[in-house]
Design a protein around this ligand. Structure first.
Ligand code: GLU
Ligand code: ZN
Length: 293
């Protein structure tokens, strides 16, 4: 018998749940249920300056109101520093980390990808009080090509060298998203990652870290983004994505219909989810982008 599927929903508490994150939660839940698996929750609270007080409680409340029940206790990334530090130590011992003192201006002058400026410095000490980020090295040449299969988008291939050596601990000493996700997906035993396509180009970096840390690679499914009538991506800031908790049946029906699944705002959320589960096929989801209606 194969191991049970484990999915997860990993919101950042930078604000309440919005329609885009509800969409990711709905598919994540359906996918785990369809596989007879578990659906775990992880609160990605590693960036206090961007967090909103009360957001975590509001997210849990919104998930519950939409019938999206998670298994077990939510994992809080704010409690996971020791595990992230252990991963950094492992990367450093493998000679894959270096201290980077590059300024924003220097990086901007080199366009999007890291030019390798501090690579040769390695982990050597810096003058006392010098703030620095920690970057992980990416390979050069053919070894930099990362291939993976997306369950909706098919085969994807990225050149890590184009993105360059990336940050695993920030200059302000906060943990980087890429490191925390990889360590925690493994710690939670996640087998199937379902998330927005805005994170597609993070996947090769996460696979690179999994390879360096000797962690298993989950499967990936990247969902379409929501756009306005002009085709522009909707963001939390515009307010268009806010959800009204007094009408979970309507919110859920909208999301299900966007996903080309049955949704009916006159039915309770449990009934809608049960019908959607019968119709759910991961490879039949729309590729998007999805126009907000
Ligand atoms: N915390 C991330 C976000 O809210 C999602 C991370 C992930 O699913 O890998 O966008
Ligand atoms: Zn640098």
């Amino acid at each position: 018998m194969s191991a049970p599927a484990i999915g997860r929903f990993a919101p950042s508490p930078s604000g309440p749940l919005h329609l885009g994150s509800l969409l990711a939660a709905v598919v994540g839940w359906l996918d785990a249920e369809a596989n007879g698996g578990r659906w775990l929750l992880r609160i990605e609270d590693i960036d206090p300056p961007r967090e909103q007080p009360g957001a975590t409680a509001a997210i849990l409340e919104a998930l519950t109101a939409h019938g999206l029940h998670w298994d077990g206790e939510p994992m809080l990334q704010s409690t996971r520093s020791a595990a992230y530090q252990a991963a950094l130590d492992q990367l450093a011992a493998a000679g894959m980390l270096f201290r980077c003192t590059c300024t924003r201006r220097h990086l901007r002058a080199h366009g999007g990808s890291y030019p390798g400026t501090c690579r040769a410095h390695g982990m050597a000490a810096l003058p006392a009080g010098t703030s620095h980020a920690l970057r992980v090295r990416v390979p050069d040449g053919d070894a930099a090509r990362i291939h993976f299969h997306d369950r909706l988008r098919g085969d994807c291939c990225f050149d890590l060298a184009q993105q360059g050596d990336f940050i695993v601990r920030r200059r302000d000493c906060l943990w980087a998203y890429q490191l925390a996700v990889v360590v925690d997906d493994a710690a939670q035993g996640v087998t199937d990652v379902v998330r927005g396509v805005d994170l597609l180009d993070s996947t090769p970096r996460q696979i690179h870290l999994q390879q360096l840390l000797g962690l298993p690679r989950p499967t990936y499914l990247h969902l379409p983004v929501l756009v306005d009538d002009r085709g522009d991506k909707l963001s939390k800031q515009t307010g268009a994505l806010a959800i009204d908790l007094s009408s979970p049946e309507l919110n859920l029906a909208r999301v299900l219909l966007w996903l080309e699944l049955p949704g009916d705002p006159t039915l309770p959320v449990q009934t809608q989810l049960a019908a959607a589960l019968k119709a759910y096929r991961p490879d039949a989801l729309p590729l998007g982008p999805i126009r907000l209606t």
